[in-house]
Design a protein around this ligand. Structure first.
Ligand code: SF4
Length: 517
């Protein structure tokens, strides 16, 4: 379907009509003029364009403050970039920065008038917010340990950059029906969370002309949100140098054929459900006829969720990475700067972010490891994936998110601390708290998922409620957790979660995980 055909379809939703009038990326061109006037003069119909600059107008909307997200392909930054991230947090972000489940970072309270200046500063260090939100290709995620990982088939960093560069600022793909998420990973334990992405590249090998070639098998059509779907396997194998072309064809097919009438049903997963995976694959092969059939999957029977906690030796002997647990994914500028200092003194101009809202300092030599471990910061931040707090993820919630039903980050740490005081498990148990059904913190794939919902007291008063689901995992292609009946209020979350954990602790056999139990 061409844009003309989209325009002619009177049943498209109102966002689609707006997007045909002005490209979302024009927001960067519009901003210098917009900030000459009070924010209250910006028409609310313009708010959707801010998304293309990684911005969401924050409550109370009339104040002109923004949630501000920086795109970080593969979650890797150099220390100049890290310095700027810390500076923005302390100067405009009320002193903290949030780490996301897609290896990006975001702030709250960024003032409207400061936006052009901040975009210039980001540009100077090679960072951008363009496409961090909006109906466009979002941050490309990778194995957080790519290039240093003993458990990867090959280094995927260059492939991630090629895909990022193919789409970044590319106006051929800036008007998609909704967001589009890409995961590239060659870690054998599914460190790219393949099945919850629109397009996922997973490690595989293929015998071609008598040689074993390393590359990727391809999954398509996954996504969480209100109606989650797991990505489906295609019969396609690609080498790393074919990935950008494949991604472009998939995004093009989605752009031209994706549903645009209801935003709730506009993700690629709905097109795949409509067409079926075979028809979609045939459409890919029409444009890329030389693609090989799927190779041997190298994914093993464990899914690490893209987490990289702990101190472990890298693929490079004698060097270690330090995966640091950041409780609830929120870190203040001073602590972040302390990690930058460690990376500057002992690492190699690099900090990384994983998929579980934690940070990684790579390239610590064996000779420096004990000195690094003795740093005061590690009395306050754990490097062992031991506790429920370390393994948990949560989203922004009602504190700042316009869509939330309930609060999240501010209540989660005390809840997890209370549970950690009562339970210790051999196998990791992941608990996730999201403020609504949009699933931003991946509630559907957690061992225990807690979702903010509307609830009422016995007297009929509206209150923030929470609903539980259990048994999610991305093991063996994935399985979403299942809803339990009933709702609780915030004060009841500890007891409700404890009863689930107690049941697991009392009945687990032969060391089975929560998911297996
Ligand atoms: Fe906001 Fe809902 Fe996403 Fe949480 S899950 S950040 S409340 S939209």
């Amino acid at each position: 379907m061409s844009y003309d055909a989209i325009w002619a379809d009177q049943r498209i939703n109102k966002n689609e009509k707006s997007k045909l009038k002005e490209d979302g990326l024009d927001v960067f061109k519009d901003l210098p003029e917009l900030i000459k006037h009070p924010f209250s003069e910006v028409d609310k119909s313009y708010y959707m364009y801010f998304k293309y600059a990684g911005l969401t107008v924050q409550k109370p909307q009339e104040q002109g403050n923004f949630m501000f997200r920086i795109k970080i392909p593969g979650g890797r930054i150099n220390l100049k970039q890290a310095d700027l991230i810390a500076w923005i947090a302390e100067t405009y972000g009320h002193g903290f920065v949030d780490l996301t489940t897609r290896q990006a970072v975001q702030y709250h309270w960024i003032p409207f008038v400061k936006l052009p200046e901040l975009f210039d500063q980001l540009n100077e260090v090679g960072l951008t917010t363009a496409g961090a939100e909006g109906d466009i290709t979002r941050n490309v995620v990778d194995n957080p340990l790519s290039g240093i990982d003993p458990n990867e088939l090959f280094d995927t960093r260059e492939t991630v950059l090629q895909v990022y560069e193919r789409f970044q600022g590319n106006r051929d793909y800036s008007n998609l029906p909704r967001k589009f998420k890409i995961s590239i990973n060659s870690n054998i334990y599914n460190a790219g969370n393949a099945e919850i992405n629109d397009l996922a590249l997973i490690p595989a090998t293929k015998a071609i002309d008598g040689q074993t070639v390393q590359g990727f098998n391809v999954k398509i059509g996954g996504g969480l949100g209100m109606v989650p779907y797991l990505g489906l396997s295609t019969n396609i194998f690609v080498t790393p140098d074919q990935v950008a072309d494949l991604a472009e064809v998939v995004v093009q097919l989605y752009r031209d054929n994706g549903p645009r009438r209801s935003r709730a049903k506009a993700r690629l997963k709905f097109l795949i459900q409509d067409w079926g995976i075979n028809k979609f694959e045939a459409a890919i092969r029409e444009q890329l006829p030389d693609l090989e059939t799927a190779g041997h999957s190298e994914v093993r029977g464990w899914s690490n969720g893209g987490s990289a906690l702990g101190i472990h030796e890298q693929a490079q002997k004698g060097y270690y990475y330090v995966g640091v647990s950041v409780p609830t994914g929120r870190i203040n500028a001073e602590d972040f700067k302390a990690f930058i200092d460690i990376a500057r003194q002992y690492g190699r101009d690099e900090i990384r972010f994983d998929h579980e809202q934690n940070l990684i300092i790579p390239w610590i030599s064996a000779a420096d490891l004990e000195t690094v471990k003795a740093n005061e910061i590690f009395t306050r931040f754990n490097t062992k994936p031991e506790t429920l707090l370390d393994l948990a993820t949560t989203c922004t919630g009602a504190e700042y998110c316009n869509l939330a039903n309930s609060h999240t980050k501010e209540i989660f740490e005390p809840i997890l601390n209370a549970l950690d005081a009562r339970f210790t498990f051999e196998k990791p148990v992941a608990i996730t708290l999201t403020g609504c059904g949009n699933n931003c913190a991946h509630r559907s794939i957690a061992d225990i998922g807690i979702e903010g919902v509307h609830a009422r007291t016995a007297d009929g008063d509206k209150v923030e409620g929470y609903q539980f689901s259990v048994g999610g995992s991305l093991l063996d292609g994935g399985h979403f957790n299942e809803n339990l009946k009933g709702k609780v209020v915030a004060d009841q979350i500890v007891d409700a979660t404890a009863s689930l954990l107690q049941d697991y602790q009392d009945n687990l056999q032969n060391g089975e995980s929560f998911y297996e139990y």
